[in-house]
Design a binder for this molecule. Structure first.
Ligand code: MG
Ligand code: MG
Length: 644
């Protein structure tokens, strides 16, 4: 399918937008009228600029308040349309988008609208142009695609067709299944937009909060499937009005845009293949087969199964490496040894491997130099590292090649948003890094094991403009599923928090975004500069949090003290028993429960004000104790104030 994106979706000047769109290998653009009006060049200059970049101008949009008008206003609108047709000829744009009328002058008369659109289509036909009619969710009388289709059908002109936009249908909770019955050749253009589910005025929602497919919460796969079942074969375009995208570097936005289409195509392709092969849901086998033959949908390698975090790697200098190493030993980690050829140390406890890298001129060290100590890379265990890396490449992640000595592990790696490196580690053999490390003299336990067994989750603090990028990366590249999204109160502002996990729940990521500049999350994010955030906390899993916490305290680990009032409230809210609650209180353990599940957790004091460890005991519980995050954030602030 021909892939396109609207210029309104990108930041920058029109030239910069086109360059970013071309670099992401789109075939075409939708030219948003205001972008042209404010362009310091002629239509012919824009046409040749686009052509030089290999981009078609597939759609000129929008043409407003045209149909269903009283006769005198209609005459003026026709003159206006002729001027725009002149412009489209100069641009080489074959299709004009007419969106449903929002004018107070409009009348509720579908026959009048059809007749007027027929006249417009006839004028367009004289110049070999076409007109597509789109129902705006906030149109005065025409809000739904079914109404727009009735008018298009009533007009009965071959140069008039329908434009579909997923936002307008799904924001009204309209059923897209009727689209499949529309003849595909009468659909002239398809615009896809996702959005978070928000209870707000639909116009405000549409103008400020749309995002790319896979970044929001609409069922875009079903919408796209219905459009394909109609017989439609393209273009597939994106029209995204989003406040963040207007300020995000447009190269990243363009890559996100293309990734979102590739991901959407691949998901719908899978559904069609299942239907073709006889799965009992979806369209009939013959229909699915015909559809797959008619359109070429992107087909990347499947997301590889993930078997947990294989390791986390911290960037440091020598001094920070010593301090962090001492802290890890307090946490009960065993210092296993040094890398064969680099200033890198491996620590292990249970199946957790932590790597501290202070090698001069390494990416890890470069990250330390700009951001202080931080997680610069992590490994994901998978039975098929090459498949995982090949999927990532297919979905536009850059590969990362690290220099490697003889006999060292070759792990395929990719670059995550913001520059964190993700390695794929073979899960056979427990994803062990031992081969690259040799025991050093003096390595070994200085403190006893604390019963920590797994990396339960890692939480990233992100700049606002990184959230949608990470959401799509997690879902499309890593194959994670999105859990619930919450807003949490920090003492200095709100934090939006969303969980992502693989289907087996062995890899969990939490994405935190501060909606205020003053929260701890915001301060940590701003310390990461252009990376736009990084790992904020690392949750380590234990089967017995009481035993683990006692051991860690004996080892000298300091935890964030939780208010006594929290435990009184816990007793009042839940039937937990006084003894158990007082045991939690003695160890600063927080508590949450779900139907049948429990989550006990505690937070250590931060390391160098950059990241902190959380201790977690999870049973049949699928979230992250977000209800307790305000207690933690208040305690961290009060603790920091007390100790400064
Ligand atoms: Mg639209
Ligand atoms: Mg957590």
């Amino acid at each position: 399918m021909r892939r396109s994106v609207a210029t309104v979706s990108m930041s920058g000047t029109l030239r910069q937008k086109l360059e970013a769109i071309a670099a992401a290998r789109f075939d075409a653009i939708e030219l948003f009228e205001n972008d042209f009006i404010n362009f310091n060049g002629s239509a012919r200059e824009l046409r040749s600029m686009a052509a030089d970049l290999g981009l078609g101008i597939d759609l000129y949009q929008p043409f407003r308040d045209f149909e269903g008008m009283p006769d005198d206003a209609f005459g003026k609108s026709l003159d206006r349309a002729e001027r725009k047709f002149d412009l489209m000829e100069a641009l080489g744009a074959p299709l004009m988008l007419v969106c449903s009328n929002t004018s107070p002058l409009a009348v509720d008369d579908a026959a009048r609208s059809a007749a007027q659109l027929h006249v417009l289509a006839e004028r367009a036909a004289r110049r070999n142009l076409r007109v597509g009619y789109e129902a705006l969710a906030w149109g005065r009388f025409v809000k739904r695609f079914g109404q727009a289709w009735n008018i298009v059908e009533g007009a009965g002109h071959p140069h008039l067709g329908l434009v579909l936009d997923s936002f307008h249908t799904l924001s009204l909770n309209d059923d897209p299944s009727g689209i499949a019955a529309i003849p595909g050749e009468r659909i002239f253009f398809l615009q896809m937009a996702d959005a978070p589910l928000l209870a707000m005025d639909v116009l405000q929602w549409a103008r400020h909060h749309r995002n790319f497919p896979g970044q929001g919460q609409f069922d875009l796969e079903n919408f796209f499937l219905q459009v394909l079942l109609s017989g439609y074969a393209g273009p597939l375009s994106l029209e995204i009005f989003n406040d963040q995208f207007r300020e995000t570097p447009n190269r990243r936005t363009a890559v996100d845009a293309m990734r979102s289409l590739l991901f959407l195509e691949s998901r719908v392709r899978r559904r069609l293949e299942l239907a073709r092969d006889g799965a009992d849901t979806g369209p009939a086998r013959a229909v699915a087969k015909r559809t797959l033959q008619r359109v070429e949908l992107f087909d990347p390698p499947e997301a590889a199964t993930l078997d947990g975090f294989a390791f986390l790697e911290f960037g440091a200098d020598e001094a920070a490496a010593r301090k962090l190493g001492a802290l890890l030993e307090q946490f009960g980690f065993l210092r296993l040894g040094r890398h064969r050829s680099k200033a890198v140390t491996l620590y292990r406890q249970g199946s957790i491997q932590l790597v501290v890298n202070s090698e001069a001129s390494s990416p890890a060290r470069a990250r330390f130099d700009t951001q202080g100590p931080s997680v610069c890379a992590f490994g994901l265990a998978t039975p098929d590292p090459m498949q995982a890396a090949n999927r990532a490449s297919a979905l536009l992640s850059a590969r990362h090649e690290s220099p490697r000595g003889p006999d060292q592990l070759q792990l395929p790696a990719i670059v995550a948003p913001g520059g964190t490196i993700v390695h794929f580690v073979p899960s056979a053999g427990g994803a062990s890094l031992d081969a690259d490390f040799v025991a050093e003299p003096g390595a070994g336990n200085s403190t006893p094991d604390a019963g920590l067994e797994t990396i339960d989750h890692i939480a990233l603090g992100l700049a606002q403009d990184q959230f949608d990028t990470w959401t799509l990366f997690g879902r499309a590249v890593l194959g994670l599923e999105r859990g619930e999204s919450l807003e949490l109160a920090d003492p200095f502002g709100l934090i939006r928090s969303s969980g992502f996990a693989n289907p087996e729940r062995s890899v969990r990521l939490v994405l935190n975004v501060s909606l205020s500049q003053r929260t701890r999350t915001a301060r940590q994010v701003s310390a990461t500069g252009r990376a736009g955030g990084g790992v904020q906390h690392i949750a380590l899993g234990t089967r017995d949090i009481f035993a683990t916490m006692k051991r860690l305290r004996e080892n000298g680990v300091r935890f964030v003290p939780i208010s006594a009032n929290y435990y009184d409230d816990l007793l009042a809210r839940l039937d937990l028993g006084e003894d158990r609650v007082r045991q939690m209180q003695a160890l600063d353990i927080l508590y949450d429960r779900s139907a049948g599940g429990e989550y006990l957790h505690a937070y250590a004091e931060p390391f160098a004000d950059r990241f902190f460890f959380e201790i977690v005991q999870r049973s049949a519980y699928d979230a992250y104790g977000a209800v307790n995050a305000p207690a933690r954030m208040a305690a961290q602030e009060q603790n920091a104030t007390a100790s400064s």
